[in-house]
Write a protein that binds this ligand. Structure first.
Ligand SMILES: [Zn+2]
Ligand SMILES: [Zn+2]
Ligand SMILES: [Zn+2]
Length: 462
């Protein structure tokens, strides 16, 4: 048997064969590989160059085309990001430029980049509510059936065609119902009402009743077959001033006014003992709330951040309009078994400005700490409204935090029922989990029932 010899690396105890040593200069394979990795790293650092694909380009359409271009990874190139986000560049487009982008998207779809083309159309529809009435027949011909929001501007003719197709096209039925929900005109409302009155044969093959698809598009049928909106408009973006998150970087270009967000108060959650927090507190005269019938001067949406991430948390208003824990709240099974302190860290993250919200000990001290931290944060609400569907497509990473507008559901649409009157509660706004903590996930959704003067908060995790 050949005698093994030690690796020549200082501090390495590995024994190697003389044959290996002859090949590696005396090093064991792990040491040899580590040295090669380091050398490669030094080479990259010495030779990597910055590439600014946007240098000298000022036309927003050109900039967006570059942004959408797929980039092959090359470790010797570091692409300099553009000074504004894709969302900001889209928002800056003139009507003519939107048209130009739409033509470009259709060209991509006709060539070989269907997904790239669809992405562009999605941004144009959500950020500018650009109608695709003329393009929709071609999309359908090419078997493009989602995202459903693209189809909301379909013509009456296309809509009739889609209604027919639902009956025959089993494979696409799910998508077709979603499209019809987004179209949502009077004919569609009547059609869903008919399906509700008398379920079609194919209804049993769906996971939910046909009329439940309307929820995905933000409306429902009333008892007498009318369309009832499930989110309020207009919509205004909310963001942290000087924040490093997506929404915050957005703010550099936006005029805004201060808004009270994420303010902890002196009441505690009866389930977990955390300080309740006012997610959003807005004067009812704010134009975002023009369609909301609220009896008190402020619409104050309070909740327990810990518990609302497990279950819908309802709040009622007392005679003075102060938010109080609702007697209708039902503690979810299993919540009592969860270690709140551990859970709060899990949910709120280390280094978060609201980190200590969930722990039981030292409540007073903790509250003071949170208030001090929150005082350093400044939130604004935009002075101009944005499109109702701006924040609705969660996975295209728009700035999510908003009052009003279609919710950006992470999962399926899930509007809570008011526990007092059982009506579906209306979405009144949402906060991006990132706003609550660094690297925060998911979205907190806010709802209201006007007749009962109740609010609700729920959460969906990404
Ligand atoms: Zn070694
Ligand atoms: Zn709680
Ligand atoms: Zn109610």
């Amino acid at each position: 048997m050949t005698e093994r010899i030690p690796c020549v690396s200082e501090g390495c105890d590995n024994m190697i064969l003389p044959a290996t040593a002859a090949k590696t200069g005396g090093y064991c394979m792990p040491c040899k590989q580590e040295m090669e990795r380091e050398a490669h790293q030094r080479y990259i650092e010495a030779n990597r160059r910055d590439v600014d694909l946007y240098e000298g380009i000022t036309d927003a359409v050109q900039i967006l085309k570059i942004m959408h271009e797929p980039r092959t990874y090359n470790e010797l190139i570091r692409y300099v990001p553009y000074k504004y986000s894709m969302e900001q560049v889209y928002l800056s487009l003139s009507g003519e430029q939107q048209h130009e982008m739409k033509l470009y998207a259709m060209d991509l779809i006709r060539s070989d980049d269907e997904d790239g083309g669809k992405d562009i159309l999605l941004y144009l529809v959500c950020y500018h509510d650009l109608p695709l009435t003329a393009e929709i027949p071609e999309l359908l011909e090419r078997d493009i059936v989602y995202p459903a929001v693209l189809f909301k501007s379909a013509s009456g003719e296309t809509r009739n065609h889609l209604i027919q197709q639902v009956n025959n096209d089993e494979g696409n039925r799910n998508h077709l119902l979603m499209m019809l929900a987004y179209i949502g005109d009077e004919t569609v409302v009547q059609q869903f009402w008919q399906w509700k009155q008398s379920a079609p044969d194919w209804a049993s093959e769906l996971y939910v009743a046909p009329e439940c698809y309307t929820l995905q598009a933000g409306w429902e049928l009333t008892e007498d077959g009318q369309r009832r909106e499930l989110f309020i408009t207009p919509s205004y973006s909310m963001y942290e001033v000087g924040g490093s998150d997506v929404a915050g970087s957005q703010s550099k270009n936006l005029d805004g006014v201060p808004i009270s967000l994420l303010v902890p108060n002196s009441n505690f959650c009866p389930w977990c003992g955390s300080s309740l927090i006012s997610l959003m507190n807005l004067h009812v005269k704010h134009p975002a709330l023009q369609s909301v019938d609220w009896k008190f001067p402020q619409l104050d949406v309070q909740t327990c951040l810990v518990c609302s991430s497990y279950s819908v948390v309802y709040m009622e208003m007392d005679a003075e309009g102060n938010a109080i824990w609702s007697k209708h709240n039902v503690k979810p099974d299993g919540l009592g078994d969860i270690d709140v302190e551990e859970m709060s860290v899990d949910i709120l993250g280390i280094g978060s400005s609201v980190l200590e919200v969930g722990s039981f000990a030292g409540a007073g001290e903790r509250l003071a700490g949170i208030q001090q931290q929150v005082q350093h944060r400044l939130f604004h609400i935009a002075t101009e409204p944005r499109q109702p569907f701006h924040g609705s497509e969660w996975d295209m990473e728009p700035s999510l935090s908003q009052v009003g507008g279609h919710p950006g559901w992470v999962q399926d649409a899930d509007y809570p029922a008011c526990p007092a009157c059982s009506a579906t509660m209306k979405a009144i706004g949402q906060l991006d989990g990132e706003m609550l903590q660094e690297n925060g996930e998911g979205v907190y959704y806010m709802f209201a029932c006007e007749p009962c003067q109740m609010t609700a908060v729920s959460y969906q995790q990404s």
